[in-house]
Write a protein that binds this ligand. Structure first.
Ligand code: 3HC
Length: 310
């Protein structure tokens, strides 16, 4: 079959809702989009360990510390499932890691903001993991089997992450006036960056049309952002916190919450490497890579020895 016929057959499989597996024929554009998206997602999980890792030693109780440790460890696991899913498309994890460390690869904008107080741990779980769930429950139904399956498992764990975050915030919001103020301050700082995690509006999203045609994405950025807002506003009301947007208003006609303009200039600065914490995040990843060098050398020597003895 020539490529044109293969493409037709591929697109009719997508149209019929079939899942594409690694050994199936796929157009280069499909492979390229998946590698881009899955690797950015994997890097986000790995870099995403840093802002919370920063608070493990300062968690306010042993219980909180154990939960946070487990959460950060889960993010490492998510990174591993995702790098493995990317490898099924013919790219090496080593190459992807180098792209991250050289600053060539993108990862989620949200992790380029600092975590200033314990309440940030609650807000990240509530907003950031909450936003990730909205996005990734959709990706768990995407057309590429290994990515869909990785997201299914990730979402189960993210749902625990979101609950632990909301639980921290509920405790702080119902605590002393100082604790409530700390929770409100974290909410004020994280709300808009969390909304920008969904990416630019649909008309400024160059990849969406192709991704939706191939059912990698099933919904646009804007629709998912709106869903997250609609879910989160009542949660904020329930704990007596205010979302920092004077234009937030329920629209009886649409059944959705209207919200104010986001700062897209800030977003594009952040994803171009010029956000508040981009340099610190990459520096920490590079240091971790250097510090782990001896482990990689030892593991390779051990594997080599076993091969020789076999
Ligand atoms: N952060 C960084 N870059 C972003 C971004 C964000 N929040 N949103 C968009 N971009 C980038 C895109 O990667 C694209 O750049 P590129 O063409 O150079 O790769 C550009 O901005 C234009 O955006 P598009 O809307 O055209 O890009 P997409 O169609 O790919 O949509 C996306 C962006 C919604 C992030 C989509 O790629 C996606 O769903 N990715 C998979 C999920 C993911 O990566 N999630 C990370 C969340 S963090 C997380 O899960 C960790 C957990 O611990 C909470």
């Amino acid at each position: 079959m020539d490529d044109e016929l293969k493409l037709q057959a591929f697109e009719s499989r997508i149209g019929a809702g079939e899942t594409i597996e690694p050994k199936d024929w796929m157009p280069e554009g499909y492979r390229r989009q998946l590698i881009r998206m899955i690797s950015q997602h994997a890097h986000s999980e790995i870099v995403g360990m840093l802002p919370e890792g920063n608070w493990i030693t300062r968690a306010p109780s042993l219980r909180r510390k154990m939960i946070l440790l487990a959460k950060v460890q889960d993010e490492a696991g998510h990174g591993l499932y995702l790098y493995s899913a990317a490898e099924t498309l013919g790219v090496e994890r080593q190459e992807l890691t180098e792209q991250l460390l050289s600053g060539k690869a993108k990862y989620s904008s949200i992790f380029n903001y600092p975590t200033l107080s314990w309440a940030d741990m609650g807000t990240i779980g509530w907003f950031v993991d909450g936003a990730a769930i909205v996005n990734q429950t959709m990706l768990a139904k995407c057309s590429y089997g290994p990515y869909a399956r990785a997201n299914l498992r990730i979402c189960k764990e993210e749902s625990f992450h979101k609950k632990q975050g909301y639980e921290i915030i509920t405790a702080l919001a119902g605590g002393t006036p100082e604790q409530k103020m700390m929770a409100q301050d974290a909410v004020n700082r994280w709300w808009k960056p969390s909304l920008m995690m969904f990416g630019p509006g649909d008309k400024d999203s160059p990849n969406s049309a192709e991704l939706m045609k191939w059912k990698i994405k099933l919904k646009g950025n804007e629709e998912l952002r709106q869903r997250f807002i609609d879910l989160t506003v009542p949660q904020a009301q329930a704990v007596g916190l205010t979302l920092p947007d004077p234009e937030l208003r329920y629209n009886n006609e649409t059944g959705h919450w209207n919200y104010g303009e986001l700062d897209w200039k800030e977003f594009f600065e952040v994803i171009s490497g010029r956000g508040p914490y981009n340099r610190e995040r990459l520096k920490a990843r590079k240091e971790a890579r250097r510090n782990g060098e001896w482990v990689r050398i030892a593991a390779e020597a051990y594997a080599e020895k076993r091969r020789m003895l076999a």
